[in-house]
Design a protein around this ligand. Structure first.
Ligand SMILES: Cc1cc2nc3c(=O)[nH]c(=O)nc-3n(C[C@H](O)[C@H](O)[C@H](O)COP(=O)(O)O)c2cc1C
Length: 303
């Protein structure tokens, strides 16, 4: 029996594989999936108030990936507390809420509303959404703003605070350090890359939003590099995310210095992706003579 438990900044998870935000809904939309291997789930992004998101088309397939521009459609925090959190409270894995706001004050207000609500295990602060006009990636692009958002959330909760970083920066280490200094318990690296696809019949962008976030295997080597750079820059754990389909993909992130991983787009193709990745990590460790994930050697030269 291989020990796959993970310590994420003081939080014990039963395994290293979580469901990434926006690809698992609020957990209720995927009732048939095998959740026994799921270490945790991050909810779809939520704002204080309901949002309709962007008009269609919102999704375009691309080589080895997809572009999405959902625009953080969601029911708002009151509906989340009323309709979803009570269900989460009875689930066997922790649910993190993906926080979104248009101002630093609003991030704080949203955290205060959710802090102490049964079923909410912690927060993933999204400062990296490429598909909203106000807020989103703007905060993640600027190390000072990223630090301020983190501080605003940190002040209002003792629950674990993770911050989700954007890949659309020159030096992810600078943002990572700023967020760490303001009290984040862990980092998630990375959100989607901004991309664009053109329809040659209409000679217009395929997405109504013009641009979207690129995810899936197409981004994996970029994401591994950025997660590695973030892990080199900080002492807090980094959760790797971007293009993971197989256990080997996840292991690349883990060896590159991540403490855990999130699986997103792969779930759209294979509902059993998370369980498959979990089992494959255990099989790799066993066949390489390791008894636990902790024993896996990491490649993490420090700056
Ligand atoms: C349809 C869709 C919706 C997403 N919504 C969110 C979101 O609400 N908040 C967030 O932080 N990330 C969101 N993401 C980004 C994913 O959580 C993840 O960071 C990204 O897709 C890269 O991982 P993947 O290649 O495994 O999908 C979304 C991704 C997709 C494909």
């Amino acid at each position: 029996m291989i020990e796959l438990e993970v310590d994420l900044g003081g939080l014990r998870l039963k395994g290293p594989v979580l469901a990434a935000s926006g690809t698992f809904g609020y957990g209720t939309e995927v009732p048939l999936l095998d959740r026994s291997k799921l270490a945790g789930m991050v909810s779809k992004g939520i704002f204080l108030r309901p949002r309709t998101g962007t008009p269609p088309a919102r999704i375009v397939e691309t080589p080895s990936g997809m572009l999405n521009a959902i625009g953080l459609q969601g029911p708002g925090v009151d509906a989340l507390i009323r309709d979803y959190a009570p269900l989460w409270a009875s689930w066997a894995f922790p649910v993190f809420v993906n926080l979104n706001a248009e101002s630093i004050e609003e991030y704080g207000e949203l955290t205060a509303r959710l802090d102490g609500v049964p079923g909410v295990a912690g927060f993933e602060v999204n400062i990296s959404c490429p598909n909203v006009d106000q807020g989103g990636m703007y905060f993640g692009n600027d190390p000072v703003a990223a630090g301020r958002v983190t501080a605003a959330v940190r002040r209002r909760t003792k629950l674990p605070v993770w911050v989700k970083l954007t890949p659309m920066v020159t030096d992810i280490g600078v943002v990572a350090r700023s967020v760490e200094a303001e009290g984040a318990d862990a980092l998630c690296a990375v959100n989607t890359f901004v991309g664009m696809s053109i329809d040659l019949n209409s000679r217009r962008p395929r997405l109504a939003n013009r641009t979207g976030g690129l995810s899936g295997p197409a981004i994996r080597p970029l994401a591994v590099h950025l997660a590695h750079q973030a892990a080199r820059a900080v002492r807090i754990p980094v959760v790797g995310v971007g293009g993971i389909v197989s256990a080997e993909d996840a292991l690349e992130f883990l060896v590159a210095g991540c403490a855990a991983v999130q699986v997103g787009t792969a779930t759209f193709i294979d509902g059993g992706a998370i369980a498959r990745v979990h089992d494959g990590i255990a099989a790799y460790l066993a066949s390489n003579g390791f008894e636990s994930l902790e024993e896996l050697p990491r490649y993490l030269p420090r700056d």
